[in-house]
Design a protein around this ligand. Structure first.
Ligand SMILES: [Zn+2]
Length: 92
C-alpha cells in the first residue's frame, strides 16, 4: 500500500497556498519521522514538513502568494496553449 492510501484517515495540514484541507501525504522519509511530503490537489503545491514556516504553514504564507481555488479555472495560461491545427485543413 502506498503512503497516500496508508494514511488517508490521518489529519493533514492545510495547504499553505490555497488553505485547502484536502491535502495528501505523498511520501515519508526513509528514516521514520524525519520528514513527510504533502501536496494539494489544487494549484500543484507540494511541501516537505522540514521547510520553513512560510512554505509549510497556511497562516505564515505571504498573503500575496495565496490563491483561491475558485479562481484557478480563470488563470492565464503561460505560455498560452496554441490552437490545434487540423492537418487536412493545413494542406488545402
Ligand atoms: Zn493548495
Amino acid at each position: 500500500m502506498d503512503a497516500m492510501n496508508n494514511h488517508a484517515a490521518e489529519s493533514h495540514p492545510s495547504c499553505p497556498r490555497c488553505d485547502s484541507h484536502q491535502t495528501h501525504l505523498v511520501s515519508e522519509s526513509p528514516v521514520a519521522g524525519a520528514w513527510v511530503i504533502y501536496n494539494s490537489p489544487f494549484g500543484f503545491y507540494s511541501w516537505r514538513s522540514t521547510e520553513p514556516d512560510y512554505a509549510t504553514k497556511a497562516e505564515h504564507d505571504n498573503p500575496h502568494f495565496k490563491i483561491r481555488v475558485e479562481d484557478i479555472p480563470t488563470f492565464a495560461q503561460i505560455p498560452a496553449i496554441p490552437l490545434r491545427t487540423v492537418l487536412s485543413q493545413a494542406c488545402d
